[in-house]
Ligand binder design. Structure first.
Ligand code: CA
Length: 232
């Protein structure tokens, strides 16, 4: 059972999605506008938020940043447009995942499970929680922090997840498909991976032509290795 907050102004969609999630054994609160949604977020403490981007009182991306300022709750945005640029922008603004309208309840439920698996306190095994080191790069999965040679990196949630996954597989070429499956937990939009990798590269201070950490293997994938440490 997952406690979901649905912020959606269309009464038809709100009723249908609420009914479908209830039928699947979840608890659902719903709000018809952004400010009511924000209030419910603070009082009901849901485990996941489904956020419609087209709301009457406040734009979805503004509300997303307000939610992010208030809570670490996973947010799945529901957008009417299958626009990769917009989606990447929303993911960077702190959304955890997205669904394109019209979406079916089974698909939505799969996305809910995926964000909870990814974001929640999933690591019972201590190995996953202990710090990962790749040369001068240190990643602390428990505290979700990363630094290079002691210099802290300012990473988004997704950038951290990508880096942590690569760090758990050091010196191995990881394909974009695998990153999508393991980090995003979906199988579409490989370009999303490229966009995030290029932002991550900038934050790591990597030179595209002579990178220290992120090594692209053309047509195969990406490998994390500290070239400066000469590590294998
Ligand atoms: Ca709407």
């Amino acid at each position: 059972m997952v406690h979901v907050l649905l912020i959606e102004d269309d009464p038809g969609i709100r009723t249908a999605v609420t009914r479908a999630l209830l039928a699947r054994g979840h608890a659902v609160d719903s709000a018809p506008d952004g400010l009511t949604g924000l209030q419910m977020l603070l009082t009901q403490d849901p485990e996941t938020v489904i956020l419609d981007l087209g709301l009457p009182d406040i734009s979805g991306d503004r509300l997303l940043s307000m939610i992010r300022a208030a809570s670490g709750v996973p947010v799945i945005v529901a957008t009417a447009r299958d626009d990769e640029g917009l989606i990447v922008q929303l993911l960077d603004a702190g959304a955890d995942d997205y669904v394109v309208k019209p979406y079916d309840p089974a698909h939505l439920e799969a996305r809910i499970r995926a964000v909870l698996r990814r974001g929640g306190p999933t690591t019972d095994d201590d190995a996953a929680r202990s710090a990962l080191k790749v040369g001068g790069l240190t990643i602390d999965p428990a505290r979700r922090t990363a630094d290079i040679d002691g210099r802290a990196l300012d990473l988004t949630r997704l950038e951290f997840d990508v880096l942590a996954y690569l760090a758990a597989n050091p010196g191995r070429v990881v394909s974009r498909k695998e990153l999508l499956r393991e980090v995003w937990q979906r199988t579409d939009s490989a370009r999303t991976v490229d966009v995030h990798l290029s932002w991550l590269r900038r934050k790591l201070g990597d030179d595209v032509d002579d990178p220290r950490f992120l090594h692209v293997h053309r047509g195969v994938g990406i490998m994390l290795e500290d070239a400066a440490a000469g590590s294998a």
